[in-house]
Design a protein around this ligand. Structure first.
Ligand SMILES: Cc1cc2nc3c(=O)[nH]c(=O)nc-3n(C[C@H](O)[C@H](O)[C@H](O)COP(=O)(O)OP(=O)(O)OC[C@H]3O[C@@H](n4cnc5c(N)ncnc54)[C@H](O)[C@@H]3O)c2cc1C
Length: 398
């Protein structure tokens, strides 16, 4: 038996012994799992147990070095672990911006002290992170951000506001972009800072949307004092760190949405079509939808294989560059096409909002369909990704 197959046996045994039975068969989606943090609640106590045993074994961050709480696995071993977890349809033991965004960025740009302070707490699910990038006049044109940080000795004093901060009300720490040199060319005066959300002067106000619920918040800063030691990278050199983090964010979004997501979205299109449309001659009854489903299934598989090939070719510790924009655009548009198809397949049952005429899966699907509209905006809109691809991947002239 080769080394990798021996590892597969070991992992399989470990999962059977340690993964709580109540979670087996519960998920095949990268979006489902525990977010952790000081304010976390665990309606199913087994989710907490799963987080703890996985963290103990380093399996919440399989490829991170063991010195920082990770599993120290090679990319090939991490892939085996992922495959074995998928076979059991286990939810990930931990999800969130700590693991997918700020953690990998700290591995690349953090000081040794920052890595030792933050990475093990991320791996154990103790701290939940949020992203303080967007401002009322700085979305696509992120570098025009105005939140100011003025240095006073060993601290920065921050004043300003952020918007669309997903889950700021549930987060413990924020990674934020602040302006430290208002005189410099806009990208050159930005610094990347870490801050505890409990610092005096930080105020979070949730934003309510028409759906009645929303992850969004506004975050206000008034004389918020943050140690200079919390700067990641160099003072006024934050744009480089910010772009690296966006590469991780866009890869995460591509992973999460490229293959179907969520409860309603987890159902495979052919099964859904058989359920709602019935069969004719052994296939889906409606020929136009049948074609559209076949196309979407093929596109999804091709996308998976392309992502896998890119990942297999990447060296250990490789950080995604501008090419992550390609995956982000394709995955998010694929996910939106998939949800449009699901709604078309389900017909009137696809538009349920409340009431007795719809089952739980249908109600979840309607919300997930609406949520999928945000996929081509979050992490940078599709138009911005296309600009990045044109300039930084294809090197086309301005
Ligand atoms: C679900 C979701 C979660 C989010 N979570 C967070 C978060 O946690 N933290 C955070 O900081 N932000 C978050 N955001 C905000 C997100 O990053 C911004 O919405 C996004 O960058 C776009 O900025 P904007 O909304 O200001 O749109 P604008 O920048 O005003 O853009 C409006 C339109 O103009 C187009 N446009 C703008 N400039 C150009 C150009 N140069 N070329 C071509 N077209 C252009 C855009 O593509 C878009 O269609 C989230 C957004 C969503 C939808």
């Amino acid at each position: 038996m080769g080394e990798l197959e021996a590892f597969r046996e070991e992992v399989r045994g470990w999962l059977l012994e340690n993964a709580p039975r109540s979670l087996v068969g519960q998920s095949s989606s990268q979006l489902e799992g525990t977010w952790g943090g000081r304010k976390a609640t665990y309606p199913n106590p087994d989710s907490r147990r799963w987080l703890d045993v996985a963290a103990e074994r380093g399996f919440t961050a399989p490829t991170w070095p063991t010195a920082y709480g990770g599993g120290g696995l090679s990319p090939a071993e991490a892939k085996v672990l992922q495959q074995e977890m998928r076979k059991l349809e286990l939810p990930l033991p931990l999800i969130g911006f700590g693991l997918t965004m700020i953690g990998p960025t700290l591995l690349q740009y953090g000081t040794e002290e920052q890595k030792l302070e933050h990475l093990p707490r991320i791996c154990r699910g103790e701290i939940r992170w949020c992203q303080g990038y967007s401002e009322p006049s700085a979305g696509s044109d992120l570098a025009s951000l105005k939140t100011r940080a003025v240095r006073e000795g060993d601290t920065f004093v921050i004043d300003g506001e952020k918007v669309w901060t997903s889950y700021a009300d549930l987060a413990d720490w924020m990674f934020a972009l602040v302006r430290t040199d208002p005189e410099a060319k806009k990208q050159a005066g930005i610094t990347f800072l870490l801050l505890d959300m409990e610092t005096p002067g930080v105020e979070v106000r949730p934003i309510t949307l028409i759906s009645g619920s929303s992850p969004f918040c506004e975050t206000f800063f008034k004389d918020v004092r943050v140690p200079v030691a919390n700067v990641v990278g160099t003072i006024n050199g934050g744009w480089t760190v910010a772009k690296a983090l966006l590469g991780h964010e866009r890869s995460m979004i591509a992973d999460a949405f490229g293959g179907g997501s969520g409860r309603g979205g987890g159902a495979r299109l052919p099964e859904l079509a058989r359920e709602y449309l019935g069969e004719a001659n052994g296939g889906v009854a409606d020929p136009l939808l049948r074609d559209a489903i076949a196309q979407n299934e093929m596109d999804t598989r091709c996308f998976h294989l392309t992502v896998q090939r890119a990942r297999d070719a990447a060296k250990a510790g490789h950080a995604p560059g501008p090419e992550s924009s390609l995956f982000k655009v394709y995955a998010t548009e694929l996910n939106q096409r998939r949800y449009e198809l699901m709604i078309a397949i389900a017909g009137p049952q696809g538009l349920g909002w409340e009431g007795p005429g719809f089952d739980a899966e249908e109600l979840a699907r309607t919300r997930e369909w609406l949520r999928s509209r945000g996929n081509t905006i979050e992490g940078g809109t599709s138009e911005i990704q296309l600009n990045i691809i044109a300039k930084r991947v294809l090197r086309l002239p301005d």
